[in-house]
Design a protein around this ligand. Structure first.
Ligand SMILES: [Fe+2]
Ligand SMILES: [Fe+2]
Length: 285
């Protein structure tokens, strides 16, 4: 199986001429399947695709890792370009979502910035599922990720608003993409809000493949305590991860810890990065 992961939107421009934004979008090509995993916050994913000379095929299915606007804000520009397509996500993507840190005067709305009818008019055909969805012989959308480790938790800054009242957001909509390659699992993370290690353990259960080859995307390690970061890294080492491409919500301190733990198995996955997993793995970070 040949897999090509092209990062179209990320917080850092990885090469000259690329644009960056706080967001994430990764174009996944696995054999003859193409999937757009997240859309970034605006039109950066399309601008970077143009820069790379990539034409995202019409009707490419879209997987939304979760509702937050830095992953879904690019939906309108993407739909305008690729036309009618399937959009796979968790039903909780329609919740009104907020963040509020203790020092902030008011909550910030970080919901998906569009209403469903407007997206449907542009050709989005929503397939919503809380369960894992097998979208091809060796490709799954994770479904809801069970939180099983004792060191991963959702930060108490995320809220949903229901009937005018805020309550903590369990971010049930947080999902990942799982690819079973002949080298082991390739796991594409959005923000890993429900825990990077939980996401990997779920991948092994869903796919039946115990080997973890590559993890790429947002690890959400940046707000974690030193102990939580260390526990997550220890768990990844035990799982035998072969390549880890940290993006988006990883943060410099956690990235440094990952470099120390993984050496040249670590790479910085930024806007414009291309990772190829086949007989001879390459990444051009
Ligand atoms: Fe998020
Ligand atoms: Fe994010």
């Amino acid at each position: 199986m040949k897999i090509r992961l092209t990062t179209l939107s990320e917080n850092t421009a990885g090469k000259p001429g690329f644009s960056a934004e706080w967001g994430l979008s990764i174009l996944v090509e696995a054999d003859d399947h193409t999937i757009l995993f997240d859309t970034g916050a605006g039109d950066v994913a399309l601008r970077n695709a143009d820069r790379l000379g990539i034409r995202i095929p019409s009707g490419t299915p879209i997987v939304l890792s979760h509702a937050h606007a830095d992953h879904t804000g690019g939906l309108v520009p993407v739909l305008k370009r690729i036309g009618n397509t399937r959009v796979m996500a968790h039903p909780a993507i329609w919740e009104k979502k907020y963040t509020r840190r203790p020092y902030e005067d008011q909550a910030a709305d970080i919901s998906m910035p569009y209403e469903r009818p407007a997206l449907e008019q542009l050709g989005a055909d929503f397939h919503l599922s809380a369960e894992p969805v097998k979208i091809a012989e060796n490709i799954w959308v994770s479904g809801e990720i069970p939180m099983v480790t004792d060191f991963e938790a959702i930060e108490p800054i995320f809220y949903i608003k229901e009937n005018g009242a805020f309550r903590p957001d369990p971010i049930l909509d947080d999902q990942a993409l799982y690819i079973r390659s002949n080298k082991g699992l390739v796991i594409v993370l959005g923000c890993a809000h429900r825990g990077m290690v939980n996401t990997v353990l779920h991948a092994r259960n869903i796919t039946g493949e115990p080997r973890v080859h590559t993890i790429i995307g947002g690890t959400h390690l940046f707000p974690k305590t030193e102990d939580q970061k260390q526990n997550a890294i220890e768990a990844l080492k035990e799982l035998g991860v072969q390549k880890i491409g940290a993006s988006h919500c990883t943060g410099f301190p956690a990235a440094m810890m990952l470099v120390q733990a993984f050496g040249d198995k670590f790479f910085s996955n930024n806007a414009g990065s291309i990772t190829i997993i086949d007989d001879a793995d390459t990444t051009d970070d």
